[in-house]
Design a protein around this ligand. Structure first.
Ligand SMILES: C[S@@+](CC[C@H](N)C(=O)[O-])C[C@H]1O[C@@H](n2cnc3c(N)ncnc32)[C@H](O)[C@@H]1O
Length: 223
């Protein structure tokens, strides 16, 4: 359960995911910040989705659904579900991906998933964990809430922006500071070694790569 300070931080972060900000989101994040500050191009992110996504997929922390909309599923009728705390994000993404008739779930990742949901073959969690409050031990509970939603051979994959143990360029440094000061991000103490150690210790680590300040990861449940 999130404590009171986490609840306040979540509320602060969530207020920035509204209709107005989502209108500019794709251009600012994917046109500028992701590539030049975080170090990961759209092509690298597309490749991560292409490698792991399956036609029975849950997307967590959906934003505008930008990357998901670029995916080609290996099936004409994939099962797609969307999970987020923000109604605005869920609604915008649901409309963008209407062709797949996605199911939507409002869920705080710091709380156990209470919805009854059939398991998935892939879960995507892209650029989400740096928004979630808490030190790594506290915020990593989100993984424990999501992993039971995977089928036996299912993979959870994604990226997160790290603050420690990475090399920040001249754009990353002020922009990450600003995002934390505004409360959009909560990643001041997010460390590359802690993340890798946590994922390795608790799951089967399929991939872990740092590019710029972005960690690309993929994990499975231990068999
Ligand atoms: C930076 S956006 C990333 C959006 C998208 N995945 C992308 O790659 O562009 C973070 C997303 O995570 C969601 N989010 C942040 N904290 C959350 C939490 N505690 N529980 C559920 N969703 C959360 C936000 O509402 C938002 O949709």
């Amino acid at each position: 359960m999130p404590n009171q300070s986490s609840a306040i931080k979540i509320e602060r972060s969530q207020k920035y995911f509204n209709k107005l900000s989502l209108f500019f989101y794709d251009f600012i994040l994917y046109g500028i910040i992701s590539r030049y500050a975080w170090g990961s191009s759209i092509q690298r992110l597309d490749a991560h989705y292409k490698k792991y996504i399956r036609p029975n997929h849950l997307e967590v922390g959906v934003g505008t659904g930008f990357l998901l909309d670029r995916v080609s599923f290996d099936s004409a009728r994939p099962r797609l579900a969307l999970m987020d705390l923000s109604q605005a994000c869920l609604e915008q993404t649901r409309r963008k991906l209407e062709r797949y008739a996605p199911q939507t779930y409002i869920q705080n990742l710091l709380e156990p998933v209470r919805h009854e949901i059939a398991p998935f073959d892939s879960i995507g969690i892209n650029y989400v964990m740096h928004c979630v409050p808490g030190n790594f031990r506290e915020k990593s509970i989100a993984f424990s809430h999501l992993m039971p939603l995977l089928n036996t051979h299912g993979v959870l994959f994604g990226t997160t922006v790290l603050s420690e143990g990475v090399r920040k360029n001249v754009l990353a440094r002020p922009f990450m500071w600003l995002m934390n000061a505004l409360g959009v991000f909560n990643n001041r103490k997010d460390n590359a070694r802690d993340l890798e150690h946590f994922l390795k210790g608790n799951f089967q680590l399929m991939e872990f790569e740092i590019i710029g300040v972005t960690a690309f990861f993929a994990i499975k449940n231990k068999s």
